[in-house]
Design a protein around this ligand. Sequence first.
Ligand SMILES: Cc1cc2nc3c(=O)[nH]c(=O)nc-3n(C[C@H](O)[C@H](O)[C@H](O)COP(=O)(O)O)c2cc1C
Length: 369
Amino acid sequence: MQNTMWAARQRQHLAQIAWSYKWLKAPFIIGAPMRALAGPELAIEISAAGGLGFIGPPVKIADAGADLAKASQLARTSASPALSAHLATSGTLPVGIGFQTWTTALDEAVGSLQQHKPCAVWLFAPKRGQEELDEWTVALRKAEPEIQVWIQVGTLREAVAAAASSSPPDVLVVQGAEAGGHGRAEDGVGLQALFPEVFDATSECSIPLIAAGGIADGRGLAAALSLGAAGGAMGTRLLAANETRISTGYQNEVVRASDSATSTVRTHLYNHLRGTYGWPQQFAPRTVINRSWIDHQEGVSFDKLKILHDDAAKSGDAGWGPNGRLATYVGAAVGLVHDVKPAASIIAETRDEARAIFTFNSNFLGGGE
Ligand SMILES: Cc1cc2nc3c(=O)[nH]c(=O)nc-3n(C[C@H](O)[C@H](O)[C@H](O)COP(=O)(O)O)c2cc1C
């Protein structure tokens, strides 16, 4: 690695992000688009706190328009001068929105953006790889030229394909195996190894790289920036934000669970129990282990598990927990989440911790004898 080239590239990436999203405060924190859970309230709070909030992919396409309309209303009434300044000078909202391309009709997604335009669209989980992402990118740019396209990848191969594409994204999110929600089913690699390799392999292009996976506090953010990231995306930590659209039972589990090596597993069992089929086989979600998984391991039939699951779904918050049966998707850093608090506090504390680490590093590790 040539240090000076590495630093120059990261500086350029930071400048590109700062230019595109002028309200962001460094170090840059992105609120990941968690399906259904990351709503407009969460996304706007993150952006108002100097991050960039993404609304999660909608369950029904009509939800996307409704969420963006709500985000527009919240942005207009936000006390944040930086968000007001963005609205006054730009035709886009200071939040993004995510889509899972494998399960969403492209024309419907584009249509949902017409009235209230997010500043960015985050694409993930194609069935047909880069070809599908290219189709989305071209259509989005044609319909909404101001919108920035973000693509999340989980392998070096995917990253290189996105960077080499004739329609490359504006921002590439590199997702390590630590990530919550869906990630690589079998070929995931930890962020510490994956990110620098992607950084080096994409040196010919000028796409800023954002790191995702296992960033739950300022230490994780500082580590990601040290790997060359222009910012860090957080999902799991934000599951425990006041503004997240999440059941209390689920949120309690996020706070309770620790030691993810033994308390979580990547499996499609819970997708199937919920009636979700068809995910491209290269992806699988990480969930907190509960009775559904334990019984499955012990040989209980799927039909029986489904009946028990559906009963649990009717029991409200009791459906989650060690004796619960419902999907509790989280990342490997779930053991670092100890409390529920406002998103603005999570963003500010994470940023402050990362800054303190860099000050410490500069003072004590920065080349002195
Ligand atoms: C509950 C949950 C749902 C998620 N849903 C999506 C999604 O719909 N689309 C997407 O691109 N990423 C999704 N993600 C993954 C995030 O984009 C991101 O990669 C991940 O949260 C980063 O790792 P972390 O959870 O350790 O912070 C989800 C993550 C979680 C925890």
